[in-house]
Write a protein that binds this ligand. Sequence first.
Ligand code: CP
Length: 316
Amino acid sequence: MQKFTSVQDVANIDELVNEALHLKQNPYKYKQLGENKTLGLIFLNPSLRTRLSTQKAALNLGMNVMVMNLDKEGWALETQEGAIMNGTTVEHIKEAAAVMGEYCDILGIRSFPKLQNRDEDYNEELLQQFIDYAGIPIVSLESATRHPLQSLADLVTITEKKPAGKKPKVVLTWAPHVKPIPQCVANSFAEWMGQANVELVITHPKGYDLAEEFTQNATVTTNQDEALKDADFVYVKNWSSYIDYGKVLTEGEGWMMNNEKLALTNNAKVMHCLPVRRNVELSDEILDGSNSLVLQQANNRTYAAQAVLKRILETL
Ligand code: CP
């Protein structure tokens, strides 16, 4: 694997899931693989899970890890080609990414969308510039449009928990939130589930359709109750509008997942990538109950990252 920015970078997702499950049983088996190799983790946005699980994954593989909150600790980055840098930006990404490439063997980068200009965000300009200028393999720690390490961990979790001998019904349901949230997790989850052996249904209020490139293998409905019928897994997530880009179109009354809605399902396992707004997106009763898989998902982030780093290390 030369980079990990979307499901398209994975030749066989079943093999990668099995690799993650194998690493979960044998976390230190490949401790020699990362010896004298350095992972750089660059954050332009906050993180708890991605930061700690990816560090742990790298340490399990014997790697050195350097972490930088570039938005707070680095020089203000210029990303425009040909910019006359007589304003507030101090360092061009051409040098910054290339310097990081000198210090590291693999580079992870987190950069959320600004949610102001859809074309700018969906062109993944910053991620592409890191790929172009760093000169080393890049791992997305969540980009403007996708969160592939999360989606891989989610697929690992579904693989572990799915009912035996059945293609599981997986429902991705929109949930309310207090502010505009990127589409990344929902896009990525839809994209990965579209390649997995599951029946995928996406439900959201009118106006919240995701970009078609991510939902090609899904049934999409605005009737949440209908969608939830017989579900084996319910993945709860808010996202802002893609069509009316970055806007919140409704407060989403009645869309929060709770035990009443859970009763419509096949005793579904409930998933969320975290952080979650309790009693806005998901009720306490679900998060504190036995159907919640949120901690298992978070735990599997380590082995998802470890599988990806192992695959990349094997190519160095
Ligand atoms: N799910 C997830 O990516 O969590 P963090 O934002 O805390 O990394």
